[in-house]
Design a protein around this ligand. Structure first.
Ligand SMILES: [Mg+2]
Length: 383
């Protein structure tokens, strides 16, 4: 099978409510999509979510690298992932255009094609692991105490039917307010929590004090805290990890395989959050996973403002390593006002976890209304 064509689309999504984390707020989402067509009439799909402050690349950079891939990948075998990634690496080096989210989209489309050609879901062609359910968090973003209480109630009523067992709470870096919000959520919600500071705690001593204070009040119900301190300062991260009673995970500090080597060398965390958009897809995510496991780091799998397409890629990756992973945070598709995938091919949320689809490849199907638009324009608003 060879690649005969590659198409790129910019798609705008609306979200129900704004999503505020420590260093930015999301009010809407624009992602890039690639469709890779083959000489055997199969189509693979991938999503790229470039957000400079998170993924390091911009939408224009990702678009430029995808445009170059249109020429360089034509005639290649999409199922030969080693060659595809080597080709993307070379294209990136030669042109100086660096974009892991673009590489992720290509990776997704190629794995989709690999699954379709082998007539298996992607997670079954990635690895040998026996799939088990991994509990998934739904996120409460930064807001007032009142807003946090309301959000907890909303999430509990909206996701009760999906068996929700974990909530993730975004922290603001203001210790007193954060503590009150954590206490309010734990009082209402009977399950476990994970916390995510997105680098908000600039003073490592304050971070340790507040985290241990929270642990003394709530105990093991707080499973771990993601990225308490600035991403580049691994000394601060290690200081906190060595003293915190709650396990500490790297997220922004461990964007890709190179970062993970530094994290391991610095002994600065208990675990890592692997996100395919930053890693450069399943191919690189797997390498990160193997390295993390070898070094006895706990692993979670996260997502970055993805719709149903990226989420299917994430969940297939998660399922392929699920015997080791301790949690996932794949929820960005859940409150999209509209998705480009059909409602029957949205990734299920049940028994508190996200489940891969049984269909071949990624299993996602594009809505007819979006397909029609894709035939006539490369810029699409999903309403
Ligand atoms: Mg995080």
């Amino acid at each position: 099978m060879i690649i005969s064509d590659l198409k790129i689309y910019r798609v705008n999504f609306k979200i129900n409510k704004s999503r505020r984390i420590y260093y930015r707020t999301f009010n809407k989402i624009q992602n890039l999509f690639v469709l890779i067509k083959t000489n055997e009439n199969l189509i693979g799909i991938g999503e790229s979510t470039p957000i400079k402050s998170i993924t390091g690349d911009s939408k224009n950079t990702a678009f430029r690298l995808l445009s170059q891939a249109k020429t360089t990948l034509k005639g290649c075998d999409p199922c030969d992932l080693n060659s595809i990634h080597e080709m993307m690496g070379n294209t990136s080096r030669k042109s100086g255009v660096i974009s892991n989210t673009a590489i992720n989209a290509i990776d997704s489309a190629c794995y989709d094609l690999l699954g379709k050609s082998k007539r298996k879901p992607v997670y079954q062609v990635i690895g040998e692991c026996r799939w088990k359910n991994v509990l998934n968090t739904v996120t409460i973003y930064i807001g007032s105490l009142e807003n946090t209480v309301n959000e907890t109630r909303n999430i509990m009523s909206k996701y009760r039917k999906y068996g929700i067992k974990r909530i993730k709470l975004k922290l603001s870096g203001q210790p007193k307010i954060d503590k009150k919000r954590v206490m309010a959520v734990t009082k209402l919600f009977p399950g476990d929590l994970t916390l995510d500071a997105n680098e908000a705690y600039r003073d490592e001593r304050i971070a340790v004090k507040i985290f241990n204070n929270i642990y003394d009040l709530v105990g093991d119900r707080i499973l771990f805290i993601e990225q308490p301190s600035p991403r580049k300062n691994l000394e601060k991260l290690r200081y906190i990890t060595e003293r915190s009673k709650i396990p500490i995970f790297a997220d922004e500090s461990t964007a890709n395989l190179q970062d993970l080597y530094k994290i391991i060398e610095s002994h600065s965390v208990n675990g890592v959050n692997i996100k395919l958009q930053r890693a450069g897809g399943i191919y690189w995510g797997k390498k990160m996973f193997v390295l993390a496991k070898k070094n006895k780091l706990d692993v979670m799998v996260g997502s970055i403002q993805e719709s149903g397409v990226g989420v299917s890629q994430d969940v297939n990756f998660l399922a392929s390593i699920s015997d080791y992973v301790i949690g996932s945070d794949i929820d960005t598709d859940l409150d999209l006002e509209n998705d480009i995938v059909t409602s029957s091919s949205r990734i299920p949320f049940k028994n508190g976890g996200r489940f891969p689809l049984k269909d071949h490849g990624l299993g996602v199907k594009i809505k007819n209304s979006v397909k029609t638009l894709m035939g006539s324009t490369s810029k699409i608003d999903v309403n």
